[in-house]
Design a binder for this molecule. Structure first.
Ligand SMILES: Nc1nc2c(ncn2[C@@H]2O[C@H](COP(=O)(O)OP(=O)(O)O)[C@@H](OP(=O)(O)OP(=O)(O)O)[C@H]2O)c(=O)[nH]1
Ligand SMILES: Nc1nc2c(ncn2[C@@H]2O[C@H](COP(=O)(O)OP(=O)(O)O)[C@@H](OP(=O)(O)OP(=O)(O)O)[C@H]2O)c(=O)[nH]1
Lengths: 192, 192
């Protein structure tokens, strides 16, 4: 997606070998008009799928998935990383291991908001090792629902998240795919 | 705001004397078309103000503030409750005391995204004791910027948040104001 790639080049920066900082438009400050176009692009990519719900995870997944859910005229659900004030015990949970923090965290979705009849488009901001996405697919499977596919804003193609998810049989659509962040230079996969 | 009040009546439930559960459309599942109308209503309420930035706090503040920022054509910034992977040390912080958890938490906004020239519309989902809103106004003041006003989706008028914020000299616009949740019944302020 050209507008997104230009935003990454002009407003993103390479923090370390493996980390792209896009706080200026995605992870702390949000460029809502770019997010609207991102949402519409996800809908275009999955227009061959039946989708009854969009599932993401707090916090950075909410803005990119907002307009996708709106265009599809379906609800948006965001998985919680820690218990909220009003979350009941009637929930699906999945464990996600974090390499960075060297710990396992539980994510939660209320059983009220996923049924076996659902066809779910999962959306998240980054795809790195794929653990978050697989936590979300696990929850969809527990609900007896169908994963329509996984939409990712920025894929780090030099990590194995995409491969891991595709090996599970899920379809991945990434709007930007980063081949490398080596030497603080951003190289997109299709630039090669 | 009628559509919001109807959503609260039809899809909200009273959890305890002081807590309204609206997970079905605001705090866990999101009704994006309602959120779009909420964003537009905030813009209408503040159309007499100059606004250069919208500031909210993760996670439930993001969806209600999204369309307000978009209609105003300004960036949306969400304060972080805990350090993210890419947050630098160049930040404004404020402490918020939680009665429920009996602890103090720090919220953070990067200095890159608030300047003294900014006129900031603060938006949040609930107004209860006002601590979160005052944490955000404190950050705006630290930045040398101006608080244009505070937009709240659901105000619990039986708590003193609004009074506390107004005593600080800030303008509050709440789209629904709840007089009481007594006996599991939802009574709006203007129903009296
Ligand atoms: N900016 C940026 N973030 C990256 C990058 N690679 C991974 N992340 C994000 O970093 C966070 C780290 O997740 P961990 O759960 O600790 O995962 P780990 O196994 O990769 O260490 C996640 O944020 P999150 O759960 O999405 O957090 P939030 O922003 O929603 O609060 C993930 O999306 C990158 O190159 N750049
Ligand atoms: N559903 C619901 N929530 C309420 C109500 N009153 C307060 N809250 C929310 O509960 C959370 C409690 O905040 P605390 O910081 O523990 O505050 P406290 O002093 O009121 O105990 C906040 O969620 P938050 O920071 O907005 O969390 P998040 O949803 O953004 O993750 C606040 O918005 C209510 O009647 N109903």
């Amino acid at each position: 997606m050209e507008q997104l790639k230009r935003a990454i080049e002009e407003r993103g920066s390479v923090l370390t070998e493996g980390v792209l900082k896009v706080d200026q438009f995605l992870n702390h400050q949000i460029d809502t008009s770019l997010m609207i176009n991102i949402g519409k692009e996800f809908v275009r990519r999955f227009d061959d799928c039946k989708i009854t719900r969009v599932l993401t995870i707090e916090s950075s997944g909410i803005a990119p998935s907002f307009m996708a859910a709106n265009e599809l005229n379906v609800p948006l659900v965001f998985a919680r990383k820690k218990k909220s004030l009003t979350m009941s015990d009637n929930v699906y949970t999945s464990s996600i291991y974090s390499f960075t923090k060297q710990e396992t965290n539980e994510i939660t979705v209320s059983k009220n908001f996923l049924s076996p009849k659902d066809h779910v488009l999962i959306i998240d901001d980054f795809l790195a090792n794929g653990h978050a996405a697989l936590g979300l697919t696990d929850i969809v499977e527990q609900a007896g629902a169908t994963v329509a596919g996984i939409g990712i804003v920025i894929e780090k193609s030099f990590q194995d998240g995409r491969k891991t998810i595709e090996e599970e049989g899920y379809r991945v659509e990434s709007l930007a795919r980063i081949q490398s962040l080596h030497d603080s230079k951003i190289t997109f996969l299709n630039d090669l």
